[in-house]
Design a binder for this molecule. Structure first.
Ligand SMILES: Nc1ncnc2c1ncn2[C@@H]1O[C@H](COP(=O)(O)OP(=O)(O)OP(=O)(O)O)[C@@H](O)[C@H]1O
Ligand SMILES: [Mg+2]
Length: 374
């Protein structure tokens, strides 16, 4: 096992800067998820760590060793790709043992290692089958077993679940989490699926245009996104945004949303004093908005545009002045389009962003980061 360290790693393809001077330290035994939209540089970052791409500038260390100039085979890594290329003419056992055979390991040792890896992935019943006789999920397990049988210092995975159907993905996600707990190998996992990232990561590195824009524990990324981009990328539905002005009313601070006033927590006063009179972007998640069937005094008047029953809850699309928000509430009673409702915003859950840069305004010390690594 090993720590991975990227120092100002840059990779360009012609005029495209795929990885933009990334600094990143992944702790020994950590499960780090690289998350971001298509084309943001996740795969290229992973391929640089693997040695499949040569960084233009910067250095990469694995377990304290400078591997920047080393070929993939000498970096102590194993990789699982999206297209889990298993060899069709080999049995499951031969597929898993392939890398060890290349290393001329004794047959008996190979058999034992293959058996152990297969048991970890729960495919030990399938060792004599050929890939064509396996389901997609089973084939992906073979690909993972083939990687971990090498006992790599570092496991690199690029969207390994994206070829599986939704139910299987859910199952394999939990399996990968269990596997990581059992083998503890430092893992870098690429996905553009934010739910997968929240579920699997000890930490998540959110990437945009080749750069890491936030590196935090999943709960922190969710609850305290560093920018409106992260806030809008993470969560189903993503965070709502409202335009508002910071107002001082007497000794207290409040947000003016249209002609409506939302009081702010008194503890935020010191950090926001300089913002009085300024326009801000207010972020609030769907579950942090209360919905009242009647527009009770003190609640923000809104009109229901759409109500969607989703089983455990109903998802409302509501209009507040010029802004449209998503709100989740109890499944019953089902609200009707056109109905007027009153919204209350949990003020501690309001997140304020700079109107121009989209960066989160730092407010007080904030609570300590949630979900510390094991
Ligand atoms: N071999 C290549 N030649 C030229 N451009 C490339 C090459 N590989 C990647 N790029 C470009 O570099 C950028 C980053 O690509 P990368 O594959 O790392 O993105 P990604 O985050 O993995 O996206 P996706 O989620 O779609 O897999 C993109 O603009 C892409 O077009
Ligand atoms: Mg990719």
């Amino acid at each position: 096992m090993a720590e991975i360290r990227l120092e100002r790693v840059r990779k360009t393809f012609g005029r495209v800067v795929a990885v933009k001077d990334v600094d990143l330290t992944i702790a020994d035994g950590e499960f780090l998820v690289l998350l971001g939209p298509s084309g943001c540089g996740k795969t290229t970052t992973l391929r640089c760590i693997a040695g499949l791409e040569r960084a233009d500038t910067g250095r990469i260390f694995i377990g304290g060793r400078n591997v920047t100039e080393l070929p993939p085979a000498r970096r102590g890594i194993a990789m699982v790709f999206q297209s889990y290329a298993v060899f069709p003419h080999m049995t499951v056992a031969q597929n898993i043992g392939f890398g060890l055979r290349m290393r001329h390991i004794a047959k008996r040792e190979i058999r034992a290692a293959v058996q152990e890896a297969a048991e970890l992935l729960q495919i030990d019943e399938l060792l004599d089958r050929y890939p064509a006789q396996l389901s997609g999920g089973q084939r992906q397990r073979v690909a993972v077993a083939r990687a971990i049988v090498m006992k790599p210092e570092v496991l690199l995975m690029d969207e390994p679940l994206s070829n599986l159907d939704a139910l299987l993905r859910l199952q394999m996600r939990a399996e990968l989490k269990r596997l990581h707990r059992e083998i503890g190998t430092t893992t870098v996992y690429v996905t553009h699926d934010q739910v997968e990232a929240l579920s699997l990561g000890d930490r998540i590195a959110v990437m945009r245009e080749g750069a890491v824009v936030q590196l935090d524990h999943p709960n922190t990324v969710y609850d305290r996104p560093a920018t409106t981009f992260v806030a809008g990328f993470i969560g189903t539905p993503p965070m709502n945004f409202l335009r508002a002005t910071v107002n001082a009313s007497g000794d207290d601070l409040a947000l003016a949303v249209g002609d409506f006033t939302v009081p702010l927590p008194p503890a935020w006063k010191p950090s926001l004093r300089t913002m009085v009179g300024k326009l801000v972007v207010v972020g609030i998640r769907a579950e942090n908005i209360g919905v009242h069937a009647d527009a009770t005094p003190g609640s923000l008047p809104a009109t229901v545009l759409v109500s969607e029953p989703l089983g455990a809850q109903q998802l409302l699309t509501v209009q507040v002045g010029k802004d449209v928000l998503k709100v989740t509430t109890a499944p019953e009673p089902l609200l009707q389009a056109g109905q007027t409702v009153g919204l209350t915003l949990i003020k501690e859950k309001l997140r304020l962003f700079d109107e121009e840069s989209g960066k989160a305004l730092s407010i007080g010390a904030g609570p300590p980061a949630q979900g510390e690594r094991r």
